[in-house]
Design a protein around this ligand. Structure first.
Ligand code: CP
Length: 317
């Protein structure tokens, strides 16, 4: 197995099957810190730098919480406007990273430009963790999603998936790469204007991702083991920030999951995952159903980030 020590976590494209399971194993090994709500000292000599050029609730705070749980230190920024990258100077990735690499031992980066974390990794002497890059990828979220499924179902092979919503989303890209490594059946339900770009579709099909397109979730919800959702009412992920608007639009029923639909058509053990935040595609009445697993992910997200930090910083082999 390739070592994780010193490795950048930029994409799931090159993740091998056993590497997913190694991340899961380490997450479970470190779980007592999160479960018992205590901080240890595994990374007490290490510092995490968070460089977030786009808003985040879950990814940044879960990564920071993970570092605290392992006894490490945290510095960084949550709004690039308060740095030289976001003012008059518009300081670029290279110049910024050539500073940040000396302020800590690992850099967790979210950026509105696809490929920005990979660009940072070219210049940094410390590992870069991609926490979402434009429409590119979101590997730590999808590792959390897969870890959640693995814990719930005991396996990743042999499941039927529905990927529903905006297929341009970085989570959908990372999930498509990941599923290509596992035995799967998948349905993709997305508006045409939010469908995979042709070059991405060709790439993942060539890698082994097999799916059928469907128009409406009602057509296939009865077959699904996992319903993996993203909004179709979305901001532009190439922007640093987009303010809320009155005329955001609403979600057609084709892309919506409701308690009624789950009750009437879903398998009893079907799981609904959503990386969140949501709009009206996932109605609040689903929260109290047996299918909901998106809140569980708040916890699993900390475990997965503890695992990744411990692995890339060499605290576990
Ligand atoms: N899932 C996710 O990426 O959420 P945040 O944007 O809040 O980090």
């Amino acid at each position: 197995m390739r070592s994780f020590v010193g490795r950048d976590i930029l994409s799931l494209k090159d993740f091998e099957r056993h590497e997913f399971f190694r991340c899961f194993e380490v997450a479970e090994m470190l779980e007592p810190y999160a479960r018992d709500r205590r901080n240890g000292d595994l990374l007490k000599e290490k510092t995490l730098v968070t460089a977030f050029y786009q808003p985040s609730t879950r990814t940044r705070l879960a990564t920071e919480a993970a570092m605290h749980r392992l006894g490490g230190h945290v510095t960084g920024f949550a709004d690039a406007k308060m740095t030289r990258a976001g003012d008059f100077y518009q300081e670029g990735i290279k110049d910024t990273v050539k500073m940040l690499e000396y302020y800590g031992d690992v850099i967790a980066m979210r950026h509105f430009q696809q490929g920005a974390p990979a660009e940072a990794a070219k210049h940094a002497s410390v590992p870069i963790i991609n926490c979402g890059d434009g429409w590119g990828e979101h590997p730590t979220q999808v590792l959390t999603d897969l870890f959640t499924i693995w814990r719930e179902r005991g396996r990743l092979d042999g499941l039927t998936w529905i990927l529903i919503g905006d297929m341009r989303m970085r989570t959908m890209h990372s999930m498509s790469y990941a599923l290509s490594k596992f035995d799967h059946k998948a349905y993709v339900i997305s508006p045409d204007e939010m469908y995979f770009l042709p070059e991405f579709e060709k790439e993942v099909v060539d890698m082994g991702f097999r799916f059928e397109r469907k128009e409406h979730i009602e057509q296939v919800i009865g077959e699904a083991d996992v319903i993996y959702m993203e909004p179709v009412v979305q901001p532009d992920y190439t922007k640093a920030r987009e303010e809320a608007r009155e005329d955001k639009g609403t979600t057609p029923s084709n892309y919506q999951v409701t308690k009624k639909l789950l009750f009437e058509k879903a398998k009893p053990d079907a799981i609904v995952l959503h990386s969140l935040p949501r709009q009206d595609e996932l109605l609040p009445d689903v929260d109290t159903t047996r299918h909901q697993r998106y809140w569980v992910e708040a916890y699993n997200g900390v475990l997965m980030r503890m695992s990744l930090l411990a692995l890339v910083l060499g605290a576990v082999e």
